[in-house]
Ligand binder design. Structure first.
Ligand code: IPM
Ligand code: MG
Length: 362
């Protein structure tokens, strides 16, 4: 049976890194024994240019019918002046919300070969393996009321609302606790319960869930600002970090940089059983290097590995793909973002070719 995939390359470096994913998909079909039924469509600025909207209803409907969606990146300077409601990012937010992809998994792993790429000392980041589980369909990203209001006296008022319900918190917590059981069995739950009622509720509901269903897992609560600091001071204290949409956005960029480059970090966004998963690199569209063959395709390729594991039930092949990535890093193959003395600098496309070679050798 063929796995149904939707490819949404998007903007900036999205199409370039996705071309390398296509090479890997080709290899998985010719040598890995898998079958894909692959469609491709537009999202973000590319969709605005073609349809006047960053995610058309037709594209959304097609996404509902697949097993996994592979996304490149959205946004760029070309679309900074478009209407706020149709900006490139709005297409991505609509896709997450409409498919109810409430759990965003962002692993931050320091590969041994890249330990010197981190801005932190090697002894602080060596062997680091953190998983951020970010709530993705609630909180201040979607809360009402929101908007900019003209107060008529030369003043304006901008409003966003941070809001969470019991069920939103608990379903996110369940994903975090479940994943912790397969790792080092510890969850650090982050909010600002000292300032926000929604944070207080978050803490109470996570505590209740822990008591009811997951008392075998170690649970720690931490204010999000302290978490930001602890990630730099002693990141290895963390296993799974469970947090809301906005804090998760910020903490995951921070955790990503512990690993040396945003160009290495994949993500998975998961919803209820049966819903397609959405897989995308954590990096953005990087318009400054788009079209120059400088982009690192590994974050997108590692996102494909997550798709194989979480949506396509192909954990063994996902392991192989991750092993191949480690092998080429150990060989010293590097895109510019992770280049180091004594290594071999390669283009986006040569990195994809090196990966195929590594897959052939496994
Ligand atoms: C991310 C990005 C998005 C977010 C943007 C592009 C809307 O920063 O996935 O982390 O804020 O969620
Ligand atoms: Mg972000």
């Amino acid at each position: 049976m063929a796995h149904k995939l939707m490819i949404l390359p998007g903007d900036g470096i999205g199409p370039e890194v996705m071309a390398e994913v296509r090479k890997v998909l080709g290899w998985l079909e010719s040598d890995g024994g898998l079958n894909f039924d692959t469609s491709e469509d537009l999202i973000g600025g590319a969709a605005i240019d073609a349809h006047g909207t960053s995610l058309s209803d037709e594209t959304l409907e097609k996404c509902r019918g697949v097993d996994a969606i592979l996304l490149g990146a959205v946004g760029g300077p070309k679309w900074t002046d478009v209407d706020y409601n149709i900006r490139p990012e709005a297409g991505l937010l609509k896709l997450r919300k409409e498919l109810d992809l409430f759990a965003n998994l962002r692993p931050a792993i320091v590969f041994d070969a890249l330990v010197d790429a981190s801005s932190l000392k090697p002894e602080i980041v060596k062997g680091l393996d953190i998983l951020i589980v970010r709530e993705l369909t609630g909180g201040v990203y979607f809360g009402e009321p929101r908007g900019i209001e003209d107060l008529g006296n030369g003043e304006r008022r901008g409003v966003n609302t941070q809001v969470y319900t019991t069920s939103e918190i608990k379903r996110l917590g369940r994903v975090a606790f479940d994943l912790a059981r397969k790792r080092s069995n510890k969850v650090t739950s982050c909010e600002k319960a000292n300032v926000m009622e929604s944070g207080m509720l978050w803490r109470e509901e996570i505590t209740a869930l822990h008591k009811e269903e997951f008392s075998d897992v170690t649970l720690e609560h931490m204010y999000a600002d302290n978490c930001a600091m602890q990630l730099l001071r002693d990141p290895s204290q963390f296993d799974v970090i469970a947090t809301d949409n906005l804090f998760g956005d910020i903490l995951s960029d921070e955790a990503a940089m512990l690993t040396g480059s945003l160009g290495m970090l994949p993500s998975a966004s998961l919803g209820n059983p049966g819903a397609p998963g959405l897989y995308e690199p954590v990096h953005g569209s990087a318009p400054d290097i788009a079209g120059q063959g400088k982009a690192n395709p590994l974050a997108t390729i590692l996102s494909l590995a997550m798709a194989l594991r979480y949506s396509l039930d192909q954990g063994t092949i996902a392991d192989q793909l991750e092993q191949a990535v480690q092998n080429i890093l150990n060989d010293g193959t590097r895109t510019p973002d992770i280049m180091a003395d004594g290594c071999r600098e390669v283009s986006t496309s040569a990195m994809g070719d090196a990966l195929i070679d590594a897959l052939n050798k496994i």
